[in-house]
Design a protein. Sequence first.
Length: 612
Amino acid sequence: MALRALAAKWFELLTPREELSAVLRCLAGTGIVELQSHTDVSGAHVLPLLRATLNEYNQLAQRYASYWPEVDGASVPAERHYSPEELGARALKQLRAWSAAAGSLVERLQQLEYERTELFSLEQLLSHQELQLPDLALFSRCGPVLASRAYLLPEPTGVMAIPPNVLVERATAGNGSFLVALGALEQIAIFDDHLNALKARRVALPPELPSGRAAALEWAAQRSNGLADESHSLRVELEKLDEAHDLSTALGSIRFIDWLANHVPELAVTENFAWVTGWTSDATGARIDAALRGAGLEYLLRFPAAPPGLSRPVVLHNPRWLQPFELFSRLLGVPAEGEADPSAFVAVVAPLMFGFMFGDVGQGALLVVAGIALRRRYPPLALLIPGGAAAVAFGFAFGSIFSRDDLLPPLWLRPIDQPLMVLKTSLVFGACVILIGLVLEALQYFWSSQARTWWATRAGFVLSYLGLLGASFGKSSLWALPAGLIWCWGGAAVNARQGERWGRFGAAIGASVETLLQLIVNTISFVRVGAFALAHAGLAAAIGGLVAGIASRPLAWIVLAIGNLLVIGIEGLVVGIQTTRLILFEFFIRFLKAAGRPFRPLPLPSSGTKHA
């Protein structure tokens, strides 16, 4: 854990070109590297080659993707001995060879799939008992003067214009209807155009159809089974071709190439070497070195000063249990280099505020359970665990469990009985939070080598604020208020250039009054913590009174359960919002500018097949 936000460390890595792919995969696997190109060696030809590979792959995928095998992580090749462009060229060569061998099989499979679809529609037509069918053998082979048709029409079709001399039989079928028609060839052609406009689908009538309905159904079933057997045989042949051409490996390589093209910035590549540069969150660089060495790769690694002009990403070094509390500062942005990372303080302040406003043993326990159950699916909800635990602790302090105050003796007080003490406590708590913010502001001045400026000006504000706080215990401390103001006015004038001192003195007077008023308002804002604690206790008392007035015990338990659920859902949300607001606008406002750039690690290639 580090109190100070630190910039990521710049690294530069030289590796043989044929090992570039393996090096990039290894760096992504560490999760501590963000790549950023910065070199005079031109590698602008690499990414266009990779994208050309992907373009050709996409053209093949449009036709063959549904006939390719699924690819998992085990299918990804070891890229160590191939440069990215060589890897893509090898994969394309395999795909081209496979498509040349499998093209006729795929074409035949598509024909079989189409014919099976048509047979399915024909079987639906033949199975429709309400439809009066003629002799199917004569009907399907009529011509050349007459023509026959069968259609599946959507519903509703609206008004249907039937040409003269065309015989039609129609029957409803689910969401549509079947229609058979017989007539002169010219009239049927006109009817075709009309039905196409109605989005009707023509059902093919094979000339091999037997005369009767039952015999035709049997013929269709046998034909469908024959097509299924042939499709299965073709699929088996395709699987053999997949193995013969190592298609899974080729697709895995293409997936890796796609990852390179989308996540790796323009690389510096010469004929024999590749230059990889970027940032790492590893302060010592030992983890990168260990990962590359463990993979048996050849490389030269160094950690020089970062090149000027680059935007340095910021890394927050917090243990896993503190990382959920980074959410509060990330609502504003990321602390800049040299700013304080307030996560450790928020981990104490936020649960205490939430628990104080939501003090109930039973309700807090339910929040803990909800946080544990939902944190993997919705990571921010992990904050319910410490917030609920604090609510349980304050529930014991207030003697409240599931909105009842007659089951537990309070370890401290009941808010309804001592409202002024609750409000005073929230004010003291708020003053402590603001003092922490002032201390963090002072640390930032020291980190940026501006300690003299802080002592000359900002220290006076702290003294004045302490004097105001002390006045609540005794008027003797009020001397600190004017002393602090004179301190910051005089310090501003002393630090100013000759000829600007009176101007700085006047500006300091205005700024000091504004800042001091802000500190007072910020402190008073924390009264809402006590107010919400009282509101929570009042709701609990209302629920308890309502339950006490119900004679039926089962009904009373139901009302108690519903009341608690409403409190957890509505007041829990409101208390969470108030906690967030106080942290952002009363605590962070004292020191946090959040102008940093977040560190974005290079992601690993996805583990699933991607067909564009």
